[in-house]
Ligand binder design. Structure first.
Ligand code: SF4
Ligand code: FES
Length: 237
């Protein structure tokens, strides 16, 4: 539990076998080649939010094989649309000297109504044992408790009928914990909440926002004070 961690401890450094930025550990990516850039897609991180399809239907066309044809769009436009994929399922690599995706200098966590937490920033997701699993700028985190790929969202909230409007409610007044000043570390606790370590802006679906530096967010779907953890995970249902 977070209470056991030393808040002054330095962030965990990358280790040799950390997956490359943008790749979830153990994931199998689909690669689509173009003349000026290459796009990769993660089936297990895609929750079919369809931002790509709506923004560039010539390039991203779910009924077609292959469903992504990179050269149907200008390289800069394809890259821009990829960066709007809120889950990080889409990534790009330029081969024409174009700029890579910028890592934001500020972290935000947006609560989706009836859905996940969308994180945007310099994000490091750990597994329950504390091992780095994913470093990325875009991540969707499960808050319904049903994902088979937790702590990432896998769209189970739709089938599960998760209904939660995503308003901020009452932010907890408990002690903040120190982050490293830049990266936002997501640490899922075993049978417990998501511990977010680092500074970020939390934005509710009601557009209320608060500055947070270290907080526990609900990932079992049972808190009466969502998106915050209220200890309900300890109750046996
Ligand atoms: S924007 Fe990302 S999550 Fe949404 S459908 Fe496209 S690839 Fe999937
Ligand atoms: S919030 Fe999407 S699977 Fe739980």
């Amino acid at each position: 539990m977070s209470e056991d961690r030393d808040p002054g401890a330095p962030p965990q450094p990358p280790v040799e076998d950390d997956p490359p930025r943008g790749t979830d550990r153990g994931d199998r990516l689909h690669t689509f080649h173009g003349e000026r850039l290459e796009v990769t897609w993660s089936r297990r991180r895609c929750i079919h939010a369809a931002a790509c399809v709506m923004n560039m239907p010539d390039v991203f066309h779910p009924g077609r094989r292959p469903w992504v044809i990179v050269d149907e769009g200008a390289a800069d436009s394809v890259a821009r649309v990829v960066t709007r994929c809120p889950t990080g399922a889409l990534q790009f690599q330029r081969s024409d000297g174009g700029a890579p995706e910028a890592v934001p200098t500020a972290n935000t966590v947006r609560v989706a109504p009836h859905g996940p937490l969308y994180v945007h920033g310099d994000v490091v997701v750990h597994d329950e044992s504390g091992t780095r699993r994913l470093t990325d700028t875009r991540v969707a985190l499960c808050r319904c408790g049903g994902s088979a790929n937790g702590p990432l969202c896998d769209s189970t909230h739709n089938a599960a009928g998760f209904m939660e409007p995503g308003s901020l409610g009452t932010p907890p007044a408990d002690r903040p914990t120190a982050g490293d000043g830049t990266a936002l570390h997501v640490r899922p606790e075993r049978d417990g909440p998501l511990h977010l370590e680092g500074s970020f802006t939390l934005i509710g679906a009601d557009r209320v926002s608060v500055q947070v530096s270290g907080v526990n967010l609900c990932r079992c779907g049972r808190s009466a004070n969502k998106p915050f953890c209220d200890g309900s995970h300890r109750r046996r249902s």
